[in-house]
Design a protein. Structure first.
Length: 233
């Protein structure tokens, strides 16, 4: 599902170039979940942005769902995101003027998919039935993030990316939201990549990786135990 080979991303830091991602290799099988942790500034969001075709690699090959993301045109990247990606952000990013139901069904409508029992089931499973006609502003943070999860799954994308999905939630909501995100992706057979600082959130994933010095390392609850740059999650 995800195949990243020799990914290099560098930024200009003053007058010098700094490699944030340095010959990074990463494979993830379809229907699996992985949690990626790492220090602030280690490049986690940069990696997610590249997987989302929102940013380009300087070197290397990035493939998602059989598509090579390198050098896609803007139109191709838009099509790729629309069809293949579901994204959950830390800040929820719901459409304020649309109801919960319209937010949730938006990606499905965009893809010309039928709206029906699947979406009602999502609403039910995420405990949002009684909020169906409300606007996001009238929901708590935990409820808004549950809407964002339903929206990310609405078109049954190939890949779900979540960047600190519980970063704005308290401990209790963080557990509830994480459990729902991982369980629903597993249930629907969706591939999931979650960036998180939280070991509790990471514990839900099939595998855990640490981004350190530009590369991903296998990671459990111990410090990194693998220095090879080839990581299969
Ligand atoms: N557009 C940009 N221009 C220059 N530097 C950037 C840009 N985007 C990110 N960086 C730098 O790249 C590095 C990696 O940033 P990134 O946001 O990917 O890290 P992160 O691991 O997600 O951090 P955090 O956990 O704090 O969100 C940081 O040093 C950041 O300052």
């Amino acid at each position: 599902m995800i195949e990243v080979i020799g990914l290099v991303k560098q930024i200009t830091d003053g007058h010098s170039n700094k490699k944030i991602l340095d010959a990074l290799d990463f494979h993830l099988k379809a229907k699996k979940s992985v949690a990626i942790s790492g220090d602030s500034g280690s490049g986690k969001s940069t990696l997610l942005n590249i997987l989302a075709a929102l940013d380009n690699a300087d070197k290397g090959v990035v493939k998602v769902a059989g598509l090579t993301l390198n050098n896609m045109s803007e139109v191709q990247a838009d099509q790729f995101r629309k069809k293949h990606l579901g994204i959950v952000f830390q800040q929820f990013n719901l459409i304020d003027c649309l109801s919960v139901w319209d937010n949730i069904t938006f990606p499905a409508r965009l893809n010309g998919l039928p709206i029906g029992p699947f979406h009602n089931d999502l609403l039910e499973q995420l405990g949002l039935k009684s909020h169906k006609h409300k606007l996001p502003v009238n929901l708590s943070g935990g409820e808004q993030q549950r809407v964002a999860i339903a929206r990310a799954l609405s078109h049954q994308p190939s890949l779900v990316l979540a960047d600190e999905p519980t970063g704005n939630l308290d401990d209790n909501n963080s557990q509830v939201v994480s459990e729902l995100l991982f369980r629903l992706c597993k249930q629907l057979g969706l591939t999931l990549v979650v960036v998180t600082h939280s070991p509790k959130v990471a514990a839900f994933a099939d595998s855990r990786l640490l981004l350190q010095q530009g590369r991903l390392h296998a990671f459990s609850n111990q410090p990194p135990n693998q220095t090879s740059n080839l990581v299969s999650a």
